[in-house]
Design a protein around this ligand. Structure first.
Ligand SMILES: [Zn+2]
Length: 300
């Protein structure tokens, strides 16, 4: 597995201006408050297409994926961060799986849900981080309340990570159901942040609302600049943001190898196993030829 750095990649990549999904990172003049803004329209559109979700569910899924991508890049950029949000709303469990990059995939239990509320007020957030070096997994679970994805992530940062991080998320769908814009912003106090530094930022944030600006048609990065113009922001870097399912025939074969010896014998005898990706529903058929083609050397 290749670890993708989080440096400024923009100089080495040709990027059509403003078209590609990305996360922009800034720091305030004092260097104690960090701001990350995601432009995630294409990512949210792809997530909705893969999930086959109704517009309102697509908005919730887009918000969760955008929020967890921001969290991954801010807190653990070289780790895989998985987040599952269980709650008592009709959309059911939402899952985000973010790999270094960030590369994102997600799913929702009831993509066509319509009964209000889609997101329930009582929930539980489970977040796990998988380190690439050493392979340790850290898990946290936290009861959350309020029925908002931004609020749940904010509560997680404050209570589980002891970091003050404000989340603002917006996934906008049009009358025809299409996602026209998606984005998110986090504002994070660094450990040496003085109360007056934060007060300056919160005063700016009280003037207008990031999500409302994005819903009104503002590009996410422009919305951040409009809100925090007075804070003397300097650019830390940019990272590309992608929707990417990571399933493959190789992984499907790996899953079939975990069957019991008796079942594996049946596959070798001609039975074909169907393996379906939890995230994108892609179907892989694994029979004896596939097992043989990717057999570990020791088995040959
Ligand atoms: Zn897949």
């Amino acid at each position: 597995m290749q670890v993708v750095g989080t440096g400024d990649l923009s100089s080495g990549l040709r990027r059509p201006s403003g078209m590609r999904d990305r996360i922009d990172r800034w720091m305030t003049g004092e260097g104690t408050v960090r701001i990350l803004t995601a432009t995630s329209t294409a990512m949210a559109q792809e997530a909705a297409r893969v999930a086959g979700s109704a517009p309102a569910v697509s908005e919730a899924l887009g918000d969760l994926l955008t929020g967890v991508a921001l969290l991954e890049l801010a807190q653990s950029p070289v780790e895989r961060v998985q987040c599952s949000f269980d709650h008592d709303g009709s959309a059911g469990q939402l899952v985000a799986d973010v790999w270094p990059g960030p590369e994102v995939r997600g799913r929702v239990k009831n993509p066509q849900a319509s009964a209000e509320p889609l997101i329930g007020t009582d929930g539980e957030l489970r977040i796990s981080r998988h380190g690439f070096r050493g392979g340790q997994v850290y898990q946290s679970r936290l009861p959350v309340s309020g029925g908002s994805i931004a609020g749940a992530l904010q509560q997680f940062c404050l209570e589980s990570e002891q970091t003050l991080t404000l989340f603002s998320l917006a996934t906008v769908t049009e009358a025809d159901g299409r996602i026209s814009r998606a984005g998110g912003m986090i504002v994070q106090a660094m450990p040496d942040c003085e109360p007056e530094h934060l007060a300056g930022v919160t005063a700016c944030l009280e003037q207008a609302d990031f999500a409302a600006l994005v819903r009104a048609g503002e590009a996410p990065a422009d919305a951040t600049m409009a809100l925090l113009d007075r804070m003397d922001l300097h650019v830390l870097g940019h990272d590309p943001l992608l929707y990417q399912c990571r399933c493959s025939l190789e992984r499907a074969v790996g899953a079939v190898r975990t069957l019991s010896p008796e079942e594996l014998e049946e596959v070798r005898g001609g039975r074909v196993e169907e393996v379906v990706c939890d995230f994108c529903s892609h179907q892989y058929l694994v029979g004896q030829p596939e097992l043989d083609a990717t057999a570990p050397a020791a088995e040959k």
